[in-house]
Design a binder for this molecule. Structure first.
Ligand SMILES: [Zn+2]
Length: 477
């Protein structure tokens, strides 16, 4: 099995590292706005953490002027238009981007794929909707409205069957489709099912350690108690291999599908005031001149620099033995947060640099030029686990040079280019073509997809079927 970047650290550092990985993963999942809130909460309750009123570059550590990005890291080394400039940008004017009345708010279109202001059922429904057959939609709706805050299904399958006159097999099929959505494993009935759904999904693109499936399926209870040799005996495997399994689960799987995002940081169904989408990443031409190198600015929220309070560190040494434990915990937590934020920044930087390199034509020329790309490919190139990339992409938005803000997941949308071509065909049709005709047309351009897929993409683009377009577009002809 390939050792990822983070797992590598797991082996060399102190026992704190599993907390380190978990927190980095959680922070990666957050948008810049959520990260800022998390920092604020930690500042308010942890006396060891301190925000000093000086700005430092998150990349090189230089002291920065009161405004603007790092003058060194944000400058090109050459004026080669193929070079990309990537830097982390500490934003202290963060709040001026969002909220009502800001000059930005008007430009922010409602983005159907961002989860920022969606509750869990809506967020999942939007992903799964294109996969559903018409008779599955009602079943999916019932499942999604019966999730508990951990993302587990809170209703019996037979109740769903009875209500919708469906067979258990039909309900299971819908459950399987939903469980492949983000957050992976959502709508599982228990921890075991959630973990297995994640293993199935990941195993399509990643090497999963031997015995992972068996250990979860048959011996989860003992595995969770870390009794590795017991599990090993039962499965007839070596303890070493079971340890690898446990490590893999700890690093990559989430027993409570909804907790990483909704449980801790979002209350489902609460009426949070409208949130405008502050882009997490800005991409623009250097000096805003087309043809110049592209600049990738990754926003990290900051109103100063986080550090360990030196007074606290000093006071800790003077504490009586019995108090030290508690104080030391605060200090560990503070330094962990600082480290994990750095790690988040690094991952975002590496990922964006590579993403922009691959999708440069798309960024400059539009949808038709989107390269087919998977999260697994990027993960492999950067030598991190796919779930790291999934989290880094999740919920994030990117502002393109044309000022349009898109969900970062669009970089991985394999249907986008085809949909753009299809849209173009329909815009230029001389009569209202039905889906079979559109399919044939696409085929002449080297794209062969099923008629059903044409219908699906057409629906995603919000284009009416032929008989209705005939009325709309060609009524007078
Ligand atoms: Zn710098």
């Amino acid at each position: 099995m390939k050792l990822t970047h983070m797992q590598g650290q797991h082996q060399t550092q102190s026992p704190m590292t599993s907390a380190h990985i978990a927190q980095t993963m959680t922070l990666l999942y957050m948008t810049s706005t959520e990260l800022l809130q998390t920092i604020d909460v930690e500042l308010s309750k942890n006396p060891a953490l301190e925000l000093v009123n000086e700005r430092r570059c998150p990349m090189c550590g230089r002291k920065l002027p009161p405004e603007g990005p790092c003058p060194i890291c944000s400058q090109p080394r050459t004026m080669d238009p193929d070079e990309t400039i990537v830097f982390i940008s500490p934003r202290d004017d963060f709040y001026t981007y969002s909220g009502k009345g800001s000059s930005y708010s008007d430009d922010f279109p409602e983005d159907p794929f961002s989860s920022i202001d969606l509750d869990l059922p809506t967020y999942v429904l939007r992903q799964v909707a294109p996969e559903l057959e018409p008779d599955e939609q009602q079943i999916a709706a019932m499942i999604l409205t019966n999730l508990n805050e951990d993302g587990f299904l809170d209703i019996e399958v037979h109740e769903i069957c009875r209500f919708h006159h469906a067979t258990p097999k039909q309900v299971e099929t819908v459950l399987k489709k939903i469980q492949r959505c983000d957050p992976l494993g959502v709508s599982a009935r228990n921890i075991k099912e959630a973990l297995l759904a994640q293993v199935d999904f990941l195993s399509e693109s990643t090497n999963i350690p031997e015995y992972t499936r068996e250990a979860i399926e048959q011996e989860l209870d003992i595995l969770l108690k870390n009794k590795f040799s017991d599990v090993a005996k039962k499965l007839n495997a070596s303890t070493q291999k079971i340890k690898l399994v446990s490590e893999f689960i700890g690093d990559n799987l989430n027993p409570f599908p909804a907790r990483a995002s909704w449980g801790n940081y979002r209350q489902p169904n609460d009426n949070t005031p409208e949130v405008f989408h502050q882009p997490d990443v800005l991409i623009y031409y250097l000096n805003n001149k087309p043809g110049n190198p592209l600049v990738i600015e990754i926003i990290t929220p900051s109103r100063g620099t986080l550090r360990i309070n030196p007074m606290f560190r000093k006071a800790l040494k003077e504490q009586a033995e019995e108090n030290q434990e508690e104080w030391k915990k605060d200090m560990d937590k503070a330094s962990l947060l600082i480290k994990c934020i750095q790690q988040r920044n690094n991952t975002m930087r590496q990922m964006m640099e590579r993403l922009v390199e691959i999708q440069k034509s798309f960024i400059i020329h539009g949808d038709i030029y989107l390269e087919p790309l998977t999260r697994a490919q990027i993960a492999e190139e950067l030598d991190v686990h796919e779930s790291t990339i999934s989290r880094a992409v999740a919920n994030k938005t990117v502002q393109l040079p044309n000022k349009k803000i898109i969900p970062m997941s669009k970089f991985f949308d394999r249907s986008l280019a085809v949909r753009a071509i299809m849209r173009h065909i329909i815009e230029n049709e001389r009569h209202a073509m039905n889906d079979t005709e559109i399919r044939k047309h696409l085929e002449t351009q080297g794209i062969s997809i099923a008629r059903r897929t044409v219908a699906k993409y057409r629906a995603m683009e919000g284009i009416l079927p032929a008989h209705m377009r005939r009325v709309e577009k060609f009524a007078t002809a």
